[in-house]
Ligand binder design. Structure first.
Ligand SMILES: N[C@@H]1[C@@H](O)[C@H](O)[C@@H](COP(=O)(O)O)O[C@@H]1O
Length: 243
């Protein structure tokens, strides 16, 4: 079941998302969060830090699993997703470093790293998975294809995905060609999903993902099959939905 929530401005977008996440952390202090990177969830993390600073929640017993990481980037590279998470959230809250998990993009054998990540995921049930969406409908780094992989795996990034992420690097040539991503099976196993979508450039894809056919050519369309998805959209991203 998909619940649509439309908000009018940037501040509310982060606040509503943070309300959903912090309510869970408050009522289930040992919860497991699946986390996402990209521009979209930045406001969520900012607001979560604010709520944490008010002393309302603690992350001491929370565990997190991130969706993805670039292959070949050292974890302290400015554009790695580990750096993103440290800078936007983990360094500012009381979460234990050993409770935060991001695939190791520098692992000597990326396939083995996928297996390690999957083993960890199989022991954890993600209570709430935060997601963004790519312009082509990807979730995590699960790119549109004839078939999708359920578990953590290495993907070849499509040119448009590398282009969209080039803003975090000095040039597009520096954007890695491959990434490790949680598979759609792991994402769909999460008890609850919060899909965040912002901006006019995402209006078509989110409309197609939620109202079009369920197809591997639009990985986010699989979310139509999930029992508990909240789609948080700003006015521009949600302009094709009547509400
Ligand atoms: N791997 C990430 C995705 O997890 C994210 O959802 C997407 C959208 O990013 P943005 O929020 O910056 O549009 O970008 C990357 O490809």
């Amino acid at each position: 079941m998909v619940n649509l929530v439309k908000v009018g401005n940037e501040k509310d977008f982060g606040k509503v998302a943070a309300y959903i996440v912090s309510s869970l952390v408050q009522t289930s202090p040992r919860c497991v969060l699946g986390l996402a990177t990209g521009g979209t969830p930045v406001g969520l993390y900012k607001e979560l830090i604010e709520i944490y600073n008010q002393g309302v929640i603690t992350f001491e017993k929370v565990k997190t699993y991130n969706l993805d990481e670039y292959v070949g980037l050292p974890s302290d590279h400015p554009a790695s997703y580990r750096t993103f998470m440290n800078e936007h959230l983990f360094n500012h809250i009381d979460i234990l470093p050993e409770n935060t998990h991001v695939p190791d993009g520098q692992a000597a054998d990326p396939d083995q790293e996928c297996q390690r990540y999957d083993e960890m995921l199989s022991e954890a049930v993600i209570d709430l998975q935060v997601l963004g969406i790519g312009h082509n409908g990807h979730i995590g780094f699960n790119e549109p294809d004839d078939q999708l992989t359920p578990g953590t795996h290495v993907v070849d990034l499509l040119p448009q995905t590398r282009e969209a992420n080039a803003r975090y690097f000095n040039s597009i040539d520096e954007v890695p060609q491959r990434a490790i991503t949680m598979g759609v099976g792991s994402i769909m196993k999460a008890r609850q999903i919060l899909l965040m979508v912002r901006g006019a450039d995402k209006a078509d894809i989110i409309h197609r993902a939620l109202t079009g056919p369920i197809t591997t050519l639009c990985p986010a369309s699989l979310l139509q099959l999930h029992p508990n998805v909240t789609v948080l959209m700003d006015a521009e991203a949600g302009r094709l939905f009547q509400q």
